[in-house]
Design a protein around this ligand. Structure first.
Ligand SMILES: Nc1ncnc2c1ncn2[C@@H]1O[C@H](COP(=O)(O)OP(=O)(O)OP(=O)(O)O)[C@@H](O)[C@H]1O
Length: 413
């Protein structure tokens, strides 16, 4: 058995929020029981043993209050307030109003708000009204000094003890309440930062900012010009069938992390991965005049980075890349697992450029070729039948022309 009181007494089985209040209550009543215990000592020394015994009874009643927690979370607090009102009335009638015992009514009301909680505010309002009524009644009907003890004794014991203890209790109650409020604010701030960080991970920073400012807003923007890239690993279905889940996921993770690094380096926006496919957009959500050049630079770097790629079983993995350019619409869809995506004919065509492309090659449309031919070298692929479009002239992006400096991602971004 420990030598100090168990402040959790009677609070087991209550939800943490309630148990915390009841623990505070236990501390408060055990501290409060020291007041009548001390007064009992004074009365015994003064020879007023009957009052001393009554004080001992009051001290014991306060100290036993936690026994009532078994009858519900507000049983003990209500009993405490009731007993305190009765004791304050008894002491005031014994010594007179100069003993300042009636200040305790304020403290009991403040304590009841802390312990009963604001959700039962009706009870605390009633207790507040009873406090005010009792102070007025006591002031009107009880004498200032009954002559029970000498004025000096009254000042030194009742008055001083009442002022000091009630001030200390009120300070403690307000300090505790404000501290709890600050802690809640700090926790809310930490949560906000955490959800902001999550939002920025799944949405472009600018889009995340707009959603944070106006959460109910619909994000749907059209861009007159943008460029889209799709990359896809050839024979992925076949590879997925004969690879363990761990190997497959760690392989995809390795490849996609490498590509993420390149996209970031080029200041572009990854839209998503889907299976083994990887989609990037340029000129969205921040428009940039060199969107096509920047995306071509990324495509070449991706091809270089993935050249010689082997899977977990040491088999060569080749990647098809497709690029198209044109107007797009970008927006956020979904309510819970929401994501940022890009749609439009240029997106469909970019996907087709990838799916009809060649392993290890970057296939682009005629518009892309026209936009880049001065700075990049191409090979004509010829006419390709594109579903939903018919025959299209396509090109294979080979590299940068020797005289052209690569786009500086930092300057361009
Ligand atoms: N936002 C996007 N993200 C990923 N893929 C997209 C997106 N928009 C279009 N695509 C892909 O582009 C391709 C061409 O789109 P399109 O709407 O022309 O095809 P479709 O008529 O739906 O035919 P199918 O889906 O059978 O290939 C589709 O494979 C589609 O999945």
């Amino acid at each position: 058995m420990s030598w100090y009181p168990n402040i959790r007494y009677g609070t087991e089985g209550y939800p943490e929020k309630v148990a915390r209040r009841l623990r505070g209550f236990n501390i408060a009543v055990w501290l409060a029981s020291l007041i009548p215990a001390g007064m009992a000592l004074v009365r015994f020394v003064d020879g007023k043993w009957k009052v001393g015994v009554a004080d001992v009874l009051v001290a014991t009643t306060y100290a036993s209050m936690p026994l009532l927690h078994r009858f519900g979370p507000i049983a003990a607090p209500l009993a405490f307030v009731g007993v305190s009102y009765a004791v304050a009335l008894w002491v005031t009638s014994l010594v007179g109003t100069s003993g300042a015992t009636q200040i305790g009514y304020f403290t009991a009301t403040a304590l009841s708000i802390l312990i009963i909680g604001t959700e039962r505010y009706f009870i605390t309002i009633i207790l507040g009204i009873i406090s005010v009524a009792l102070i007025i009644v006591v002031e009107l009907h009880l004498p200032r000094d009954t002559g029970f003890v000498s004025p000096t004794m009254l000042f030194l014991t009742n008055f001083s003890a009442s002022i000091v203890l009630n001030s200390a209790l009120l300070y403690g109650i307000i300090f505790y309440a404000v501290r709890q409020m600050e802690r809640a604010e700090e926790a809310a701030e930490r949560e906000r930062k955490r959800s902001d960080a999550l939002l920025v991970n799944i949405l472009p920073a600018r889009v995340a900012d707009r959603l944070k400012e106006r959460p109910s807003t619909i994000i749907a923007d059209s861009y007159r010009e943008a460029s889209i890239l799709f990359a896809d690993m050839a024979s992925f279905t076949f590879r997925a069938a004969d690879t363990t889940p761990e190997d497959l996921v760690s392989f995809l993770n390795r490849v996609f992390s490498q590509l993420d690094g390149l996209v970031e380096h080029h200041g572009l926006e990854k839209i998503k991965t889907s299976g083994d496919a990887y989609m990037v957009v340029s000129g969205v959500p921040s428009g940039r005049p060199d969107h096509l050049r920047a995306l071509a630079g990324l495509a070449l770097d991706m091809r270089e980075a993935l050249a010689g790629l082997v899977d977990g079983k040491g088999r060569a993995v080749s990647v098809r890349i497709g690029i198209a350019t044109g107007p797009v619409v970008a927006g956020v869809v979904g309510t819970r697992k929401f994501f940022y995506d890009v749609w439009g004919d240029a997106v469909n065509v970019a996907s087709r450029m990838e799916s009809t492309g060649l392993p290890g090659q970057i296939q682009v449309t005629d518009e892309v070729y026209e936009g880049l031919k001065d700075d990049f070298s191409f090979e004509r692929r010829g006419l390709i039948d594109i579903k939903g479009k018919g025959e299209m002239q396509t090109w294979l992006l080979v590299g940068r022309k020797a005289s052209v400096a690569p786009v500086d991602p930092v300057v361009a971004a």
